[in-house]
Design a protein around this ligand. Structure first.
Ligand code: SF4
Length: 138
């Protein structure tokens, strides 16, 4: 097998994007590969590169009982979001290691609203927040 050069890969990517831009309802990946004249292996790599670049997105669909992907061009200039979430405050929540997690729910035998472990954890977190608030106020 002969590997494609960076320029060939780049050309292929641009052709794929051009095709996808013509179909706002998306294109099945197999159709795109057929149109580009490439194998499914090359096509999979191509799609992953395009997704990594943020210029293509894909949705899983079922066609004739088989799962595949439909590909869509992402509009240039479409807003992208980056949200930083600090999860450090919930890393030690008792539910994370609770053996009853799958059985726990509102109205059940194990219920977060009556759980002593969760209540104790919440009280500890509230106490921490109060200390932080006092420290930042002074
Ligand atoms: S609320 Fe209590 S019982 Fe339910 S998952 Fe959390 S720690 Fe476990």
């Amino acid at each position: 097998m002969i590997a494609m050069s960076d320029k060939e890969n780049g050309d292929l990517e641009e052709r794929a994007i051009d095709i996808l831009r013509q179909y706002k309802d998306g294109v099945l990946q197999s159709e795109l590969w057929k149109t580009l004249g490439i194998s499914s292996r090359e096509g999979s790599r191509l799609v992953l590169r395009l997704i990594r670049r943020g210029v293509v997105r894909r949705e899983e669909v079922t066609v004739n009982g088989r799962r595949t992907y439909k590909l869509y061009a992402v509009k240039a200039g479409a807003p992208t979001f980056s949200i930083k979430v600090d999860v450090s405050s919930i890393l030690d929540i008792p539910c994370a290691a609770c053996p009853r997690l799958s059985e726990c729910g509102a109205g059940g035998y194990y219920d977060p609203s009556t759980c002593p472990l969760l209540e104790a954890w919440l009280k500890k977190e509230i106490a921490k927040l109060r200390v932080q608030r006092v420290q930042t106020a002074s």
